[in-house]
Design a protein around this ligand. Structure first.
Ligand code: NAD
Length: 355
């Protein structure tokens, strides 16, 4: 893989590789941009097919964190780390301690948080070797699960999209399909049902599907969820769900969900716009988790997290209006708004002080 010309490289400030023979750790830390603050992002553990897949993932994800934190109005840059290996088979206390040493060696330029393949308990072990892990002990909120905040942000984003498209924010009576009833999808389903939405869920994991159905959602087949005749599609499973085919065939009027990198390519954002489908850019609508990580880190309260997450409504509304005005995709508008913040240090939206 050529690195400097890869689209995911995009002028990363620092990419560091580390191998610890004793514990078997093989990891990469990528810092995309730290103009607005230390690079914060999750530590993902995954059994990558090869090292270039791991490198591509960490570069793509850390770049995404720069854009996400900037538009969330957080004093943070974008970074990410990956541990190469199967969490079920290769994770050990020694490996996590070695990861802690690796993070510590960067002296605070990168701050770690949990991600897929790592848990709150893992962050506790990493913390034995470095303070550069999100969370605070004195508030008893160290490493709390951010997914309820992510789900709340998605809920606020769906309301903003409904208001912009239909003039009414309420989800009552609105038909919403959720792809992926995991940590975020389940919290989202519960909140939507509580507010009177008609919720459909699809999941390849039978247990997760069952738990969502127990909340009151209707199960649909995983291969049908993208073409369901609904008002809103909320992708909450994996990336690249909006690809050349699905961008042309999906029937929802709004796409608004938590999954990272929902567009297989930026051009799909324009296809959706031309079809009259309102797309809430993923890195804006799914920022609730990183917003909570910020307040955990600086000792803020759960209430401060929630108030800040609600600002996702205003940011999305600005993006939707600008997209209408410039006749360009919401994804393109959101990217240039973020770049104005971290490249040119435009004023941050909102107030992220912990106070
Ligand atoms: P999760 O692993 O808990 O849940 C994902 C669910 O999707 C699982 O139940 C899985 O079985 C299901 N799934 C996988 N492939 C599927 C398919 N083809 N069809 C239907 N279901 C499928 O993950 P999560 O924490 O809920 O996160 C969901 C998405 O949101 C991920 O893309 C994640 O990167 C993103 N995200 C999560 C957070 C957070 O706070 N957890 C924050 C930002 C972004």
């Amino acid at each position: 893989m050529s690195i400097f010309t890869a689209p995911a490289f995009d002028q990363h400030e620092l990419v560091v590789f580390h191998k610890d023979a004793a514990s078997g750790l093989q990891a990469i830390i990528a810092i995309h941009n730290s103009a607005l603050g230390p690079a914060v992002g999750g530590c993902r553990m995954f059994d990558y097919a090869d090292e270039s897949a791991a490198l591509n993932d960490v570069l793509r994800l850390s770049r995404g964190m720069t854009y996400k934190s900037a538009l969330a109005g957080l004093p943070m840059g974008g970074g990410k780390s990956v541990i190469i290996g199967d969490p079920a088979r290769h994770k050990s206390r020694e490996l996590l301690l070695a990861m802690g040493d690796f993070i510590e060696s960067l002296g605070g330029r990168y701050v770690c948080a949990e991600d897929s393949g790592t848990t709150v308990a893992d962050m506790g072990v990493i913390r034995e070797r470095t303070a550069h892990v999100s969370g605070v002990t004195k508030q008893q909120r160290f490493g709390g699960d951010p997914s309820p905040y992510t789900a709340y942000g998605v809920f606020c984003g769906i309301e903003a999209a409904l208001l912009h498209q239909r003039g009414r924010a309420s989800v009552a009576g609105v038909r919403i399909a959720i792809q992926g009833a995991g940590a975020v999808g389940r919290h989202l389903a519960a909140r939507l049902l509580k507010h009177g939405a008609e919720v459909f869920v699809a999941d390849v994991n039978a247990d997760n599907l069952k738990r969502a159905v127990a909340l009151g959602a209707t199960a649909v087949a995983a291969d049908q969820v993208l073409t369901l005749d609904v008002d809103v599609l909320a992708p909450c499973a994996m990336g690249a769900v909006i690809n050349e085919e699905s961008a042309e065939t999906l029937r929802a009027a709004i796409v608004a969900g938590a999954a990272n990198n929902q567009l297989a390519a930026p051009e799909q954002g324009e296809v959706l716009r031309q079809r009259g489908i309102l797309y809430a850019p993923d890195f804006v609508i799914n920022a609730g988790g990183i917003i909570d990580v910020h307040y955990q880190q600086c000792g803020g309260s759960a209430e401060q997290s929630e108030r800040h997450v609600e600002q996702i409504r205003d940011v999305l509304t600005t993006i939707f209006r600008e997209s209408d005005q410039c006749a360009c995709s919401t994804h393109a508008v959101a990217e240039s708004m973020a770049e104005a913040l971290f490249k040119h240090k435009a004023a941050l939206p909102g107030d992220a002080a912990c106070g």
